[in-house]
Design a binder for this molecule. Structure first.
Ligand code: SF4
Length: 180
């Protein structure tokens, strides 16, 4: 695109981000009603959120997902839901991270990498299980390659239900951690 046209388009397009979701994580359940996401270890979430000071670096681990949750995580960090405006940022190394965001059931092959990724993340750290598979194995329960849910392998601090969760629910859970 011609640079002049690009600048004009940027100036005329205006704001496209969604309005902020509720500070309390809200997710749509099967019957369409809204329910809060679940803080599994709320004391740890509160203490870590205070230590993070409004900004968190996030390492994402796909432990065995169907990729549906990845699409929603991608949307949560895209221009419409824009999780970065609340101080949440994806990073490439657990050494740089405060939060490990896990999607999918944990397969046998991913159990040890997940455990080592969490161990490599400095304290204070939080583990966020995103999606029904991460919470309780979801539709893949009893699959031959499944080790278990994320909580069966590492300690989980916060869960976001849904198959897949909506981007707004993921952003709302991240805001719970950044406090913004
Ligand atoms: S919760 Fe649903 S969308 Fe997410 S990994 Fe499991 S089956 Fe896929």
């Amino acid at each position: 695109m011609n640079p002049t046209h690009l600048v004009r388009r940027i100036r005329t397009l205006g704001r496209i981000a969604e309005p902020p979701p509720s500070r309390v994580p809200q997710v749509a359940s099967g019957d369409g009603t809204l329910a809060p996401s679940e803080a599994v270890r709320s004391d740890r979430v509160t203490a870590a959120a205070h230590a993070f000071g409004g900004s968190v670096q996030i390492r994402h681990v796909d432990a065995g997902s169907c990729n549906g949750c990845e699409i929603e995580v991608g949307a949560a960090f895209g221009p419409v839901y824009d999780a970065e405006r609340y101080g949440a940022r994806l990073v490439a190394s657990p050494r740089h991270a405060d939060v490990v965001l896990v999607t999918g059931v944990v397969t046998h092959n991913m159990a040890e990498p997940l455990r080592r990724t969490v161990e490599a993340t400095p304290e204070p750290r939080l583990v966020l299980a995103v999606g029904d598979c991460a919470r309780d194995c979801g539709v893949f329960r009893a699959g031959f390659g499944v080790r278990g849910s994320v909580g069966d392998v590492v300690e989980v601090d916060l869960q976001v239900p849904g198959c897949p969760p909506e981007p707004g629910a993921i952003v709302a859970a991240l805001r719970e951690v950044t406090g913004r």
